[in-house]
Design a protein around this ligand. Structure first.
Ligand code: NDP
Length: 285
């Protein structure tokens, strides 16, 4: 069997077309969606992510504001900028690119962002709302994964879903979304005994580990849907996921590639959250 490829670029292009139309409509009504991005320090991967997010905004007709701080920036300066952006009615989304330098307390920074502008969905209140099934900004990466699953119409109700990874930004919200969709979810992590036992019974397997080619074909149930969240840079400079694509695609029923899978969908969902935030403001008048 050779797995069907779930192409994140193709799906993103479709969704971004609809978002651009919505952004144009809001702009015509006087509310131009606007995302403010804060980048602290010189981490090259973060700089690339921010560049892609800003470019994504521009293409969709969303205004973007970028604020850069040096590696040794004072947390008070960044918190001051967040307060200013919170108070600015023309800004609908605020994103602080992670990771932050050591002098920062990430939790303090994320919770300084107004819940209404927390388009990354990392604020504790949004996380709590999501866990209770209330309206919330959903973290972009797991939300993008849900769109990918929807696009191939894979049944979720009653499905066995296994998520490898329990981070706040991917693994945990992923498990919440799959649970809400009716799947029976198992969350695995570095302390899991007999990981293969779990992965081999997964109808849907999500890998969010941060270890190149960690999930191999022999760990996958034949016909399973495999979602590779990982982005790892190999010594030769090429990107690869947490799944060994070559062996996995021989066993899986559907699989996401890296690059061109979950990555573009993450940015698409960020744009979607920003447009949604602007719509809420426009509705309030
Ligand atoms: P974290 O490092 O925060 O979490 C990794 C998780 O993997 C942890 O829960 C860890 O377990 C678990 N893990 C590590 N080793 C093993 C193992 N041997 N067996 C089972 N579980 C293991 O990473 P993130 O969640 O932030 O990111 C995961 C990957 O996704 C990275 O490659 C990252 O670059 C990528 N990513 C991609 C995005 C995209 O847009 N496509 C967005 C965000 C992330 P424990 O908790 O016990 O330590």
């Amino acid at each position: 069997m050779t797995a069907r490829i779930i192409d994140g670029n193709v799906l993103s292009a479709r969704l971004r077309g609809a978002l651009a139309a919505k952004a144009a409509e809001l702009t015509a009504q006087g509310t131009r969606p606007c995302l403010a991005v804060i980048l602290v320090g010189g981490d090259p991967a973060s700089a690339v992510y921010v560049r892609n997010k800003v470019a994504g905004c521009e293409k969709a007709g969303i205004q973007s504001l970028k604020f850069e701080y040096p590696q040794d920036a004072a947390p008070a300066d960044v918190l001051g900028k967040i307060a200013e952006l919170n108070a600015d009615p023309s800004v609908h989304g605020i994103l602080v690119q992670l990771p932050l330098p050591r002098q920062f307390d990430e939790k303090t920074v994320l919770e300084a962002i107004s819940v209404e502008k927390d388009v990354d969905g990392f604020h504790a209140e949004n996380v709590g709302r999501l866990s209770q099934g209330q309206e919330a900004f959903v973290p972009c990466t797991p939300n993008g994964v849900m769109e990918m699953l929807k696009s191939i119409e894979v049944p979720l109700r009653g499905a066995e879903a296994v998520v490898i990874g329990r981070s706040n930004i991917v693994g945990k919200p992923m498990a919440m979304l799959l649970t809400a969709a009716g799947a029976t979810v198992t969350v695995c992590h570095s302390g899991t005994r007999d990981l293969n036992f779990h992965t081999r019974r997964a109808d849907i397997l999500v890998a969010a580990i941060g270890k190149p080619k960690f999930v191999t074909g022999d760990m996958i149930k034949p016909g399973a849907t495999v979602i590779d969240v990982g982005i790892n840079r190999l010594p030769d400079g090429k990107l690869c996921g947490d799944v060994d694509f070559a062996s996995a695609q021989e066993v899986a029923g559907a699989i996401t590639p890296v690059p061109g899978g979950v990555g573009p969908m993450t940015i698409t969902m960020l744009l979607a959250n920003t447009v949604e935030s602007a719509s809420r403001v426009a509705r309030k008048g």
